[in-house]
Ligand binder design. Structure first.
Ligand code: SF4
Length: 900
């Protein structure tokens, strides 16, 4: 940052005030003339004062200033036209390096100014025409593309514009404008097309070096994304430098003051490599890799407050985190990390797969990269720029009638063996790629029919969409929710609530409203069978079709382009047999999956040398084909806790038809309620109706191959299964943990539906007065809330002393209300990672039914105590486990009919 040697802030303000006074009539003497000239300029630079103040504030926090916003950029334009003496260098630096690229509003102002200068429509003593054209070329795509294409015709600036476009990837349909000019004989445009075809944008970037020297930043055990990007700090995620300060803020083994330790290790003079036994489990937070790269990556020229590059080493790297690292241009490597120590300096030889001690040259460990394509990804600055750039090169080759480029590494293709069929997931992905199936490890780019975005990652997705220069979604349906921040919003969340809906709708997406409820409970109701989608929340786990949750960068890519890169994962089949036993709930079956996997030796709870057969694979569940779709989601949702890449559930046509008929009415009701974009919702209704008219489902082939099959005998599950503090893999029978005192109980999250609350309400109604525990109730959606209220359950919850939360994520997210420190909790939420629900909290995951019984007793009951209480529910189970069929609910039907 360039310093500013001018008046102190007090003097500046006093001077400005005197000028203002002068402006209303006082005559200034000649003696003051020179000062007046300077101060008059300052009068126009109130933004610089404010900016200086901001710089100082951020400096006090040891972070760089925020990028300029549109208003500041407008002020900067005025300054550039009439600069204050002594400020010239700094003004140019602000213009060059402190404005986000793409289609950010500030980028719009910057591109407009530079275009006007380049075309001679306005002037600045600091930026001439050539400089303006060059700077347009640093803006990566979006608002700079059209002016650069126009400048290809300019005699003086044509070459500069051509050189800029050769390295601009985010041109999308503007490719055809360049192509048209080239065909019409514009030599500069021809150069651009030829350069794209030769992939000069890629070849001129630095290759991954033969040797990378790093200092190891070792975090023993498992790092989940909440450790890297804590939920209570979710509000600061779009502000990468600020949010990065919260990384590893909770002390843990080997980490007492992460920021201090990082600063000390950097003094060794090498970049740091993040290293851990298990890295990146949990939520699909791009913010997690953003924080790592802020501390351990490289600056991106002309892009403020974002970094790329960096190295992540892990005994196991969770698949979504691996992908977000790839997207960001980092090099993730799985290897044995046992011999890597905090602060040791090592040489990584990525092409040879060896790590050596930097001093002695002694071999420490070896590894094999997940794919050689990683080299291209790092060279291109990330997987996303690589995919977009490869597409541009392919188009340019086609336009010139050349063979496809052989510059890029091609992932190997695995063909089916004789008589090898496809699993259900392989068929679904195949259908989205126009193929019969896609076998594991094959690279593909399936069509993303449905994309979800939630509110803590939404602002980052918005930034990524701007970076991708996206002005309209190519994905058929993109939906935004506000479930994570609606209940207890911070000022920054309120701004998001006000601005994000329009951003989404203006691009053709569907925006929910704060208070509507949880993303998945809504998005599931917009799904089409046998289609593929994604979402910026690790619990985007469709009960129909399949989803591959992703970080915000990839979600933005999927929304913007309508497809997503995927290396097809292997599948693990889980087969249920037999009959459900009395008192056993679907949640117990969810937990029976890790329980059985532990018995079969496929899963271990200890982090060191951890075994997890599900990690990075697709969970394919069979044997429960008549589940309602709401129930199926309980199973698919929890595949996130298995660290699975995705999940399919084999269902029959009937429950799907029932669900879609209900959902059509809900979507019609949404249109009548003023939700938008209405055309997108209407289009989805039409596709649902089409499917119901011809309800055919894909089925797994009998000769499909799985990495493993886990069989679960329902006859053997005779008591509830819980996941113990604080690991969702630590599944045990209730009898193994019975009697543990319980302080708080949470019934809520996307794992619940209206049936769970009825069941809890009926159990609670069997006891007098308040329960001895602190009880939290948070329905997933506002429709559940109003139904439960109408049916009198809210009265029961109130009598029990429950705290009633707004529909949404509530305690599950951990960024809003929290349980008391060090309390013991029974929760129906998805995961129980340390500190997620409350600092030092010990959390058991259990069914709503067991949670309610635990709330009544104040301890984990014995199986006998639980089953005795549960008997009461069996009298009218049909009433309890009734789902929200909107096509049978008069209010919704009446309103929906009005929308037609
Ligand atoms: S309820 Fe929990 S798991 Fe579900 S979307 Fe909200 S925070 Fe994520």
């Amino acid at each position: 940052m360039i310093g500013r040697a001018v008046l102190s802030r007090g003097a500046k303000l006093a001077a400005a005030a005197s000028v203002r006074r002068g402006a209303v009539g006082a005559s200034l003497t000649a003696h003051h003339g020179a000062a007046t000239q300077m101060i008059s300029a300052r009068e126009f630079s109130a933004f610089m004062d404010a900016y200086d103040e901001h710089v100082e504030e951020r400096k006090a926090e040891d972070i760089v200033p925020r990028p300029l916003n549109a208003e500041q950029m407008s002020d900067l334009v005025e300054q550039l036209k009439n600069p204050e003496k002594g400020e010239e260098e700094r003004l140019v630096e602000l213009l060059e390096s402190r404005v986000p690229p793409g289609v950010d509003e500030a980028a719009y102002v910057k591109a407009s100014f530079l275009t006007a200068v380049a075309k001679g429509e306005t002037e600045s003593p600091l930026v001439d025409r050539k400089h303006a054209a060059k700077l347009l070329g640093t803006m990566q795509g979006g608002y700079n593309v059209a002016p650069l294409i126009e400048l290809l015709d300019d005699e003086e600036l044509g070459q500069i514009a051509a050189d800029a476009l050769k390295h601009t990837l985010l041109v999308f349909d503007a490719f055809h404008d360049v192509e048209d000019k080239a065909k019409a004989g514009n030599a500069m445009a021809k150069e651009v097309i030829e350069s794209w075809a030769k992939a000069e944008w890629f070849l001129k970037k630095e290759k991954v070096p033969e040797k990378i020297t790093v200092t190891i930043f070792m975090v023993p055990g498992e790092t989940n994304t909440d450790d890297l990007s804590p939920a209570p700090d979710a509000w600061s995620r779009p502000d990468i430098p600020l949010h990065a300060k919260a990384m590893l803020k909770n002390p843990r083994e080997g980490i007492d003051d992460a920021m201090k330790q990082i600063a000390e290790l950097k003094e060794k003079g090498f970049p740091l490599a993040y290293c851990g036994d298990v890295v990146g489990t949990g939520s699909s937070r791009k913010s997690a890799i953003n924080s790592v790269l802020w501390h351990m990556g490289d600056d991106i020229p002309f892009v403020p407050n974002k970094r790329t590059g960096g190295v992540v080493l892990g005994g196991k790297i969770a698949p979504i985190f691996f992908n977000t690292a790839e997207d960001s241009g980092a090099l993730p490597i799985e290897m044995d990390v046992d011999k890597l120590k905090m602060g040791s300096v090592v040489d990584i030889y990525p092409y040879d797969g060896v790590v050596k001690d930097h001093e002695s040259g002694e071999e420490i460990t070896t590894f094999k990269l997940a794919s050689d394509v990683l080299f291209d990804e790092v060279q291109a600055g990330g997987r996303i720029p690589l995919i977009i750039g490869r597409g541009l090169t392919a188009k340019a080759c086609e336009s010139l009638g050349k063979e496809p480029s052989d510059v890029f590494r091609v992932p190997g293709k695995i063909e089916p063996k004789e008589d090898q069929g496809y699993t259900l997931a392989q068929k679904m992905v195949g259908k989205a790629c126009g193929l019969d199936g896609v076998l594991p490890h094959n690279y593909c780019e399936p069509i993303m029919t449905t994309v979800g975005s939630q509110d803590t990652t939404g602002p980052m997705t918005r930034d990524e969409l701007k970076d991708l220069a996206c002005l309209g979604f190519q994905s058929d349906l993109v939906m935004q929710s506000f479930c994570h921040t609606a209940a207890y919003p911070k000022p920054v969340d309120v701004v998001t609530h006000h601005t994000l809906p329009d951003f989404i709708r203006n691009r053709g997406g569907v925006s929910l409203r704060p208070g509507d409820g949880i993303i998945h409970s809504w998005l599931n109701r917009m799904l089409l069978p046998d289609t593929v989608g994604t979402g910026g929340d690790s619990h985007t786990r469709f009960p129909l079709g399949i989803s591959f949750p992703a970080g915000s960068g990839l979600v933005a890519f999927a929304a913007a382009t309508g497809s997503m890169p995927l290396s097809m994962p292997e599948s693990v089949r889980v087969r249920f047999h037999g009959e459900m036993q009395p008192g056993i709930t679907l949640r117990d079956l969810v937990h029976a999956i890790p329980y059985q996997a532990i018995q079969d030796g496929h899963l271990t709870v200890a982090k060191q040398g951890k075994k997890n057969i599900f990690s990075g694979r697709i969970l394919e569940i069979e044997g429960l084909p008549n589940l309602k779709c709401e129930q199926a989601f309980e199973l698919s949702d929890a595949s996130a806790e298995r660290s699975a890449a995705g999940c399919t559930i084999e269902l029959n046509e009937e429950p799907i038809i029932e669900y879609l008929k209900s959902n059509i009415v809900l979507l019609q009701w949404m249109i009548a309620e003023g939700y938008g974009d209405a055309r997108t919702i209407e289009r989805r209704i039409g596709k649902m109706e089409d499917w119901i008219a011809n309800p055919v489902l894909l089925r797994a082939d009998k000769n499909a191959e799985y990495a493993a099959t886990i069989d679960i005998d329902l006859n053997e599950i005779k008591e509830p299964v819980v996941c113990c503090p604080n690991d969702p893999d630590d599944a045990k029978l209730l009898s193994e943990v019975q009697g543990d005192k319980i302080d708080e109980v949470f019934i809520g999250s996307c794992m619940t539906n209206v049936g769970h609350f009825r069941a809890a309400g009926k159990l609670l109604s069997q006891q007098e007065g308040e329960v001895p525990t602190r009880l939290w109730i948070a329905p997933p959606t506002k429709m559940d809330e109003s139904t439960l209220s109408d049916e009198g359950y809210y009265s029961t919850f109130g009598t029990s002393g429950a705290r009633l939360e707004m529909p949404g994520c509530s305690l599950c997210m951990g960024n809003q209300a929290r349980v008391k420190e060090n309390s013991t909790v029974v929760s129906t939420s998805t995961r129980n990672f340390p500190n997620r629900l409350g600092k030092g909290a010990n959390v058991y995951l259990a069914s709503a039914e067991l949670a309610a019984v635990s709330a009544i007793f104040g301890y984990l009951p014995t199986p006998e105590e639980y089953l005795k209480k549960h008997e009461f529910l069996q009298k009218d189970a049909d009433d309890t486990y009734r789902y929200m069929n909107f096509n049978e609910m008069d209010d919704y039907v009446a309103k929906a009919q009005g929308s037609k």
